[in-house]
Structures are given as C-alpha cells and as structure tokens.
Design a protein around this ligand. Sequence first.
Ligand SMILES: NC(=O)c1ccc[n+]([C@@H]2O[C@H](COP(=O)([O-])OP(=O)(O)OC[C@H]3O[C@@H](n4cnc5c(N)ncnc54)[C@H](O)[C@@H]3O)[C@@H](O)[C@H]2O)c1
Length: 425
Amino acid sequence: MTATARKTTIVVVGGGHRGFGYAGYTLRHPEEGQVVAVCELRDDRRQEFAKTYGVPAEGCFRDWRELVALPKLADAAFICTVEDQHRDAAIALADKGYHILLEKPMAPTAQACRDIVAATRRNGVILAVCHVLRYVDYIRRMKTMLDSGLIGRIRHIAATELVGPWHFTHSFVRGNFRNEAQASSFLLAKCCHDMDLLAWLVPSPCARVSSFGRLSHFKRECQPAGAADRCTACPARIESACPYSALKIYLRDRLERLKLWPVSMVTADATPAGVARALEEGPYGRCVYACDNDVADHQVVNLEFEDGTTAGFITTAFAVGSRDYFVMGDKGSLRLNDDGLHHYDFRTGKNVAMPLHTGDTSTSLTGHGGGDDGLIRDFLAALRSGDKAFVTTGPEASLASHLIVFAAEKARRNGTVETVSRCEA
Ligand SMILES: NC(=O)c1ccc[n+]([C@@H]2O[C@H](COP(=O)([O-])OP(=O)(O)OC[C@H]3O[C@@H](n4cnc5c(N)ncnc54)[C@H](O)[C@@H]3O)[C@@H](O)[C@H]2O)c1
C-alpha cells in the first residue's frame, strides 16, 4: 500500500516516555509529520519536549483541556497520558475533529472504551490504538503465513509474556502501573497487547475466558527480616542479596545507561549522584515489599474462540525471556520467539527456522521490534491517503480485544468462566 505525500501536523498530549518516543518518528521522517503542539503537565518535560521537537511557545500547553478550548490546530492528536485520562481526552479531541492515535490501554473500563469508539465514529475521525505488536514486521509475516494456511486451521495457541523481575518491579511494584485504582489491572496494563495479538491471529471471535492469578510475592509478609522500607537505608547484607534492590537495578546494573529507560523514569538528573538522590527520596527507591502495589504478579488466561480454537496465556514477573507464541495447526505449527520463526510441517517432518530480521532497531519482541515506528508510519499513511486500512488497530478491533481483557479480569476475580461481550459500541 502506498500513500500520497502530505505532511501531517500533530499535537502530542502527554509528553512523557511514550509521547516523547512516538514524536521521534517525525525527526526521522520530517516529510511525513511535524509536531506543532504539546500538552504536558510537568514543566521540565514540556520544555524538554518543545526543545527537542521545535514546538513554538504558542504550541505549548499544560493540560489538554487548554488545547480543546481553542480551535483545532493540527490534523492529529497522539494521546499518550496514562489511561485514566484517555476517555475524556479522546472524546474532546475527536469532537474537535482531530484524528487520534491513542495509547493502550484505551481506557480502564469497557464503557469508557465504547464511549471512545462512539466519539470517533460520530466524528468520522481515524482512531489507531497503540497495539504496536501488530506493526512489527516479523509478526506481520507470521500473520500472513497463518492466513495463507501454512499450518492448516489453527487449533491452539500457547503464548507467554515473561515480564521479568526488574521490568516488573519497575513498572508494576514501584512505578506508574502498580496500583489498580490509580492505573489498571496488570493484564490490562501489560497484556492487552497479548489479548489483542491472540484475537488478531485467530480468525474467529473470542467467545469465553477463564483466568487465575494474584499478587503473591511483592507484599509485606515476603520482606526479609531486618530489611528497611527504602533500599538506600537497607542493611548492606540484605540489600546486596536482594534481586529486586533499586541500587542494583538502577545503579549497579545500568551505570552506562543512566539516560535511558527505565532509569530516565527515575530522574532527569542522569548522573550516579542524581540517581542515588532520587532513590533516597522518590518512589523508585522503595523496598519492593513496602510499596502501595496491588496488581497481580503472575497470571494465566484461557481463551476459547467461537470456531473451537483455544489459547493458553501465561504472564509472570518470575521469569526472564521474551514473548513466545506457539501456534498449533492441523497441518503443522509455527512458533515465534526471540530465536526466530519456526515452521514445522507435519507432512514432510521438516522444521524450517526463519530469522526475524528486524532491521536496525531490535531483534527482540520485548523491545517492540520496530512496532512503534511501524504504527506511526501506518497511522500517518492512513491520514494522508484517507485509507483506514493502513490501521489494523482501529476502533472495532481494539474494542474487541479490550473486551477480552475485561472478561478475563472478571473471571479471575470471581472464579468464573466469562462470556466475552460483542464489540458493538
Ligand atoms: N504501546 C505500548 O507498548 C506501551 C508501552 C508502555 C506504556 N504504554 C502506555 O502509555 C501510556 C503512557 O505511559 P508513559 O510510560 O509514557 O507515562 P508517563 O508518565 O511517562 O507519561 C505520561 C505523561 O502524561 C502527562 N499528563 C498526565 N495528565 C495530563 C494532562 N491532563 N494533560 C497533559 N499531560 C498530562 C504526565 O505529566 C506524563 O508526563 C500508559 O497508558 C501506558 O500504559 C504503552
């Protein structure tokens, strides 16, 4: 698919980690898009954003509500705040006529997701939800192979997402996504990507789900005797033996990478002294057993699709690895993991391994493997051409996969098997 050239003007709502990263596409591809405004509550972030992307003073706003009080000033809005802001911002911006790129999760509740879909429909604007994995080159290849019938009809998918100890504690114990009331469930925050991928790979709607999982480890009763509630104050013999120590994660293991995520989330002062200070005072220096976290640290979800296909999904803090998708068909299997794509043909008995080849970004599924850029590229192409087909994560598809997450969470809480709602908004 190609799109004719016209530069898209963009406003970024939330100039944090994700908003800053997506905007980077416009520096690499200035002929496709230009950021003309930013809404960011934090002064330091807003200033850094404006400097990096050349946003003029009249394009700098604190809150997105200031922007929507003005006449429309760009073609598109990238909404990259955390999810509690998504519904109101998306509706207000769609009502103003902005095309919308919306970070996942769409919103914390099914009703809020439906409201967003309704607003984009009634305004006739394009909505792309940031399920970036669908825009990764090798995942697209996998989807094409499955659709071509390479392994026959899909009968089962075994999928894992091993978040790992440091990433889990950074985001889901000490960080932004630790607490359901303040953000959302672990499944929604992290694995709406996986529910979306499963829903995309299987050519039949998801019908029923069950799920188990809980917060088992990162809580007070698992704190070693004598440990302090902050790593900088912890006795050396306990701190040095702790795999989750903030001193280990943010300083000892990443001394060379202080400017990069996740340390960039801890402080803007990317020096050892600056990070040490932030660990003494800020949330990322807290003992993992003494935080206000409540999200699950491991979870399984079972899915049954209308055509009888099943899927089993595991996610956990307690293993290091990558996403692994093992798709089993009636003529063979196709497996995607960090080592590549592996096709096994039942008839010939042959196993063919294919490299991922992800260009210059990352060969790992854990690093979105080029999906972030692929998403922005295709979203801008959809806007230039008016062809929504560039966007594979539009309103209906994204709502459908979010509804799987909400049903799975209901099943986990209630110990039930839940029917997945249909996605009519
Ligand atoms: N697609 C992915 O793979 C992926 C990966 C990581 C995070 N995320 C999602 O991205 C979202 C943002 O995460 P993040 O890590 O960038 O968070 P972040 O905290 O770094 O950035 C969010 C920014 O929004 C700003 N903000 C909040 N309310 C605002 C308002 N009313 N007006 C203007 N600015 C406002 C905050 O000041 C903050 O700087 C989350 O929903 C998260 O789940 C998606």
